[in-house]
Design a protein around this ligand. Sequence first.
Ligand code: ADP
Length: 583
Amino acid sequence: MRSKVIAIQLMIVLLLGAVIYGYVGHLLKRYQTTEMAQHLLQEAGVARIVAAREIRDLRRDAPALVETLGRELKQRVTVIAWNGDVMGDSEVPAKKLAELDNHLDRPEIRDAMAKGNGSSIRYSETVHRDMLYAALPFKTAAGQDAVLRVALSLSSIKEAKDQFNAVLIWSLFLAGATVVFFSSLLASVSTKSLHTVAAMAAKIDKGEIGTRLPVASGSEVGELARVFNNMAQKTEEQLERLAAEKNRLDTILHGMGEGIMVADPQGVITLVNPAFRDLFALHDDVEGKQLIDISRHPGLQDSFRGVIGSGQERVEELQLHTPKEKTVLTHWVPLLENGALSGVVAVFHDISDIRQLEKIRRDFVANVSHELRTPVTIIKGYAETLLGGALENPEQAARFVNIVYSHADRLASLIGDLLTLSQLESGTIALESRSVSLHDMAEHVVALLEQKIRERGISVDISGLSRAPAVLGDPGRLEQVLVNLVDNAVKYTAAGGSITFSASAEGDRVTVAVKDTGIGIPARDLPRIFERFYRVDTARSREEGGTGLGLSIVKHIVQLLGGTVSVESSGQGSTFFVTLKKA
Ligand code: ADP
């Protein structure tokens, strides 16, 4: 900007110089050619009158006269005979006249002879200078034709012109220097504030968005600064709003249970949230990688390509194996920018638990129906037989009614267990939290089952609980737990076997162990033994009047009491451990 201003002003100065030079040159030229020539002609006119009177004989009188005239006029005066010979020249000695050229070819002489007067400007070979000539014809006193010429040296004019040129050049130089100096001064004053604006803009460009400019009111730069400040303010507010929005979005994405993935149309992942990483068990950076590098699941690729190809939303259920088996509901949405597809957003919802629960519910309904069907069918069958005539036979009738009774009993215990389970699962039952002596509780349970224990010929040892610390729990529910465990131990232990109670304490926990010497539980069944209706040997369980729900009830109660239950079996006998809070 500054150099442009200086250049323009210098150009103006130069242009002015050129105009002045041209104009003055033109004036001088006009002065030379017209006015000086005119003046010289007038002088020549006067000189010719003198010459016409004073010269009788050219050769004799001319040299003296031209000398006098030259001296008086302070010009070079020449007299030329009609044949062109120079008869006298004020600046050439008379002796040397003969050496001069014939002057007939001189333009002013030719014009004088032909037209009566002549003038010209040329370089004189005789005196070696630029000269202005004026020539007029005249007749000597003796009637001889001749030409009188007056010449004026132009060296003074040239000198004046040279001087003028020198002055002009100096003036131009001075004007130029002044222009440069003042323009720079002015430019630096006016561009200083512009520089400040530019520096601030550069700062904002670097990210220092809080930068503001002092506003000098009244000037254009002040106005510019105000606009800049406004712009910076608005940009800052917008950035803050964007940052807040991004923050909120990040928080939402972070907190979402669903996995989110954004990919560009080429399948390069641009964003994922922690839930997505968990779902696919990813630990490294995911952004910038291809979708196919994250998972080679064909369904994933198909869905992605489908959305890219059609631009339509898709909902797909996928079975993932990364690394666990998972059922994932995926929702694919195309991302549109100005109507063009710019990527895909995919939401991954892990519905494994829902599917699992659905399966458990289905299995449960099937199991319950199956369990109920057998006793109901039997009861119905025997009732029909009784009605069909068996009642007539009292012996048969008594046997059948017994069978009906035992299956009704089985139904009752099944329904009782189901009710207990549903109560436990609904979480509606209120549990007491009291100090319970394990020894007293075991004694009570053994007393309850005493008849069955005796019938089976099994010995029970509860001495291991004599010094056991009391536990915290609901006495009624704890009784249910121990009844189930002891009942199982009795059911699955052959005559002559034993059941041993023991206890150990660790920190604020007490573990009760119920160990039997029975048939044991195969290792592959151990993990599933607490599931509802899970039985190692269904026929045997039924035979023993089992419902397959006992251990399930045990597990629920212990969990409600804040404890844990586990089992160990090594083929020979089983040990069930129940860990509870110390009272
Ligand atoms: P059930 O009514 O069939 O006994 P449970 O839920 O109480 O149902 O037990 C589930 C299964 O666990 C039983 O069918 C049996 O196969 C096995 N089981 C439980 N306790 C013992 C034990 N003490 N010894 C051997 N097997 C047992």
